[in-house]
Design a protein around this ligand. Structure first.
Ligand code: ZN
Length: 373
């Protein structure tokens, strides 16, 4: 039977000091259990009231029912047990009161300082670099006409970068393609260099694959150029290669024109000029009508500065694959034909988006980058 403070000890059969002590022990345990429920001022007040309440608190009832009505032999023991319990309960309640109030005040302070209706912290999101976006645009256009994308190593051997592309040692074109060579330990079997164009992947692709071949090769390339508004030691290209048994110069010009009109808009005009590259024959430079003056060579403020009044802008080099190149990859030059082109991505992006300094692509200034989300 649970200890009751509504009845006298005698009514509950208490006759010894040990029984009195056990009764007070049980009350202390009951108090400890009730204390666990205290979380704020209201729940603290409920416990305080139950024990210290002036009219029907447990202390009042103990005084009335246990202490005053105890028989003479037990009165002193009940008095001692009661004092010990009261001291314990009073102490714990005072301690809990300060804890509860400190917690509440801390909460009130936070509420005053923080405006909970304000929006949260918005972290700035990054975006793809403009060069990467232009890569994607170009890939989408060539995907739509049956090309696939391959990528190759940025560190190449002279064989793939030069010789297999019909550029033997001491060929004057190597002067234009001066690049960075790896500092290899003595006794290494050969040289390694940073590729000067994406063209080595023409060779690597044809070595692995029989015709038909239709690939584009996006990537970063290197040359030993001093940085200025139009030069950088690192820049970007998309190489293109199509080889099959029946590819003509018409397929070549049609493909290039399709690409340029998709990229710059249907209104641009295009033209070819004869040119020279060691790995194409015939070779052409591909021009587009100036996108800044509409091809007229003049703007409202006079001569167009972008095309210097010519009305044309040089876009990239291309041509029919030189039959000599097929000899390096085991294709029969009498049976296959094809075309190749190398598009400078930085230049294309500068033209399309009106950027006049190639260095902006490499400086990673957020004020520049965020203009192309
Ligand atoms: Zn112009």
């Amino acid at each position: 039977m649970a200890t009751s403070v509504d009845k006298t000890l005698a009514e509950q059969g208490v006759q010894s000091a040990e029984q009195v002590a056990a009764f007070f022990e049980e009350l202390r345990a009951r108090f400890d259990t009730e204390v666990l429920a205290i979380q704020d001022e209201a729940s603290w007040e409920a416990v305080r009231h139950a024990w210290q309440g002036r009219k029907s608190g447990i202390f009042v009832l103990i005084t009335d029912n246990w202490l005053k009505k105890a028989n003479a032999e037990l009165k002193a023991v009940v008095g001692q047990g009661f004092n010990a319990l009261r001291k314990y309960v009073d102490g714990r309640l005072a301690q809990l009161e300060s804890e509860v109030k400190a917690g509440t005040e801390a909460w009130e302070n936070v509420k005053d300082r923080v405006d909970l209706s304000l929006p949260g912290v918005v972290r700035p999101l990054g975006s793809r670099h403009l060069i990467r976006q232009v890569f994607q645009e170009i890939e989408d256009i060539f995907f739509s006409i049956g090309f696939s994308v391959v990528e190759g190593p940025e560190i190449e051997t002279p064989y793939y970068n030069f010789e297999a592309l019909n550029i033997p040692e001491h060929h004057p074109v190597r002067d234009d393609m001066d690049t960075f060579y790896m500092d290899l330990p003595k006794g290494s079997p050969g040289q390694l260099l940073l590729r000067t164009h994406t063209s080595p992947m023409q060779i690597r692709t044809m070595e692995k694959q029989k015709p038909p071949v239709r690939v584009i090769v996006p990537g970063r390339v290197y040359r030993r150029d001093n940085p200025d508004a139009t030069h950088s030691f690192a820049f970007h290209q998309v190489e293109g290669l199509a080889v099959d048994t029946d590819i003509t110069f018409c397929d070549f010009t049609g493909t290039i024109e399709y690409f340029v009109k998709q990229f710059f808009g249907a209104n641009v005009k295009t033209r070819f000029r004869p040119s020279y590259f060691p790995f194409t024959e015939p070779s052409v430079e591909f021009d587009v009508s100036c996108v800044f003056c509409g091809g007229s060579g003049t703007t409202a403020s006079g001569t167009c500065g972008k095309c210097k009044g010519a009305g044309w802008i040089e876009l990239f080099g291309a041509g029919m694959v030189d039959p000599a190149v097929y000899g390096f990859v085991g294709y029969d030059p009498k049976k296959v034909s094809g075309f190749a082109f190398g598009i400078g991505i930085d230049r294309l992006a500068m033209l399309k988006y009106g950027i006049d300094d190639i260095q902006a692509f490499f400086q990673n200034d957020v004020r520049f980058l965020k203009q192309f989300p």
